[in-house]
Design a protein around this ligand. Structure first.
Ligand code: ATP
Ligand code: AH0
Length: 370
């Protein structure tokens, strides 16, 4: 077994930055050693947003941005290695998720696209790089997402409690670790993606820090119910989603019969993120008598309004961030991709068929040698 240092790199659906984590991994321990979030330059961020939202671009644009992102990942990793005085020869591999620009897991020709050329990452860092983590799961009939539940299982499983891990990034996903049951995990729907788009449109801010704006508004129940009537929320798992469905166009269409103060819409969007999860949790755990714990990670864990609403709506639960059980809530996903690289290097299965719907468990990711 190749145990030791791995680097995980994640740039998620929020397009808010590139998270990098150095993780020491052995069979029994996963320890975060160093971490940093690098900015995505405005021109690359806005090109990515346009591609994701419009679902189209020229082949030349696609090729160029794949190259630019690969270079940006490599330069960020090299800076990270230098400032943290890491000996690159000691890093066994880099797990680099890439940037999802299109995720379409259903239908006759399912596909998922992550870009950011891993050849460039391996060449410029001199470290073996693993990328393309989702498509093997899809090749075996799975959704290719979410992948983090296997990592959550390795970190959080206990025998006497139900533990739910909720990542609130651009999109939200849950992992339900219930004793003696197959793991359940899927995308519950929007996390911050609509909140970010709405405040950008009205106040030209990238996000609603600590829900300051949302707190000035009132939740509009009819609108909330209308948003929650989106068929995705009623689908049974396995399921996964992205900006392809939950985007500003979707919101504006749903708002066409409403005339509300913009802050009320923001407050309602907070409740959409929360209710989409709470409704699911109530169904999943309806007849379960064990104590329940909800551990939140991702940027949404910093939103005090979101956390307060979970506390209110789940009165008998322990609701906290993953930091309270020793796992950094900002770097959970980057750590997960370091761990997925460790699994790939050691040929360990890393998808969970009960989560993704794949017909078998496989070791995810493609190896790009240094
Ligand atoms: N202090 C804060 N208050 C409110 N929201 C915050 C705060 N800090 C971060 N966020 C939200 O979290 C988002 C970033 O979350 P995160 O980094 O988990 O996303 P991601 O990794 O891109 O997403 P995904 O999990 O979908 O891949 C920001 O866009 C913002 O909306
Ligand atoms: C296709 C894709 O990139 N999906 C992301 C996205 O961001 C959150 C949610 O939607 C999750 O399904 C997934 O990321 C995490 C890392 C995962 O695969 O577990």
């Amino acid at each position: 077994m190749q145990q030791g240092l791995y680097i995980g790199v994640m740039s998620g659906t929020s397009l808010d930055g590139i998270d990098i984590a150095l993780v020491d991994i052995s069979a029994n321990n996963i320890t975060l050693i160093a971490s940093h979030c690098y900015p995505i330059p405005d021109h690359i961020g806005s090109d990515l947003l346009t591609i994701c939202e419009q679902k189209q671009c020229s082949l030349q644009t696609l090729g160029q941005i794949d190259h630019q992102l690969g270079k940006l990942y490599a330069e960020s990793i090299n800076h990270f290695i230098k400032t943290n005085r890491i000996n690159r020869n000691e890093v066994i591999a880099i797990g680099c998720h890439g940037q999802t620009i299109f995720h379409s897991p259903n239908g006759d020709s399912p596909f998922t696209m992550q870009i950011g050329d891993a050849n460039i990452v391996a060449a410029k860092t001199g470290i073996t790089t693993i990328a393309d983590f989702r498509r093997k799961d899809m090749a075996f009939g799975g959704q290719g997402a979410p992948l983090v539940p296997a990592f959550h299982q390795a970190l959080f499983s206990v025998a006497d409690k139900n533990r739910i891990i909720l990542n609130i990034g651009g999109i939200s996903n849950i992992t339900c670790l219930c004793p003696n049951q197959a793991i359940i995990g899927y995308d519950t729907g929007p996390g911050n993606v609509l909140l970010d788009s709405w405040i950008m449109m009205h106040l030209n801010e990238p996000y609603d820090k600590d829900a300051h704006w949302a707190k000035t508004g009132q939740v509009n129940k009819p609108l909330l119910n209308e948003l929650l009537s989106e068929p995705y929320f009623q689908l049974t798992y396995p399921k996964s989603t992205g900006r392809e469905l939950f985007n500003l166009r979707w919101l504006q269409y749903k708002l066409s019969n409403y005339s509300l103060p913009a802050a009320d819409v923001q407050a309602t969007l907070v409740d959409l993120t929360v209710m989409a999860t709470v409704n699911q949790l109530n169904n999943l755990l309806a007849n379960n008598t064990l104590p329940c714990e909800l551990f939140v990670c991702g940027g949404g864990a910093k939103n005090s309004l979101i956390m307060a609403r979970f506390n209110e709506l789940l009165p008998n639960w322990l609701v906290a961030t993953t930091d309270t059980v020793g796992i950094n809530s900002d770097y959970m996903e980057a750590m997960a991709f370091a761990w997925l690289a460790y699994c790939r290097i050691n040929n360990l299965a890393s998808n969970i068929p009960s989560v993704t719907g794949a017909t078998q468990s496989v070791s995810l990711g493609v190896i790009y040698p240094k």
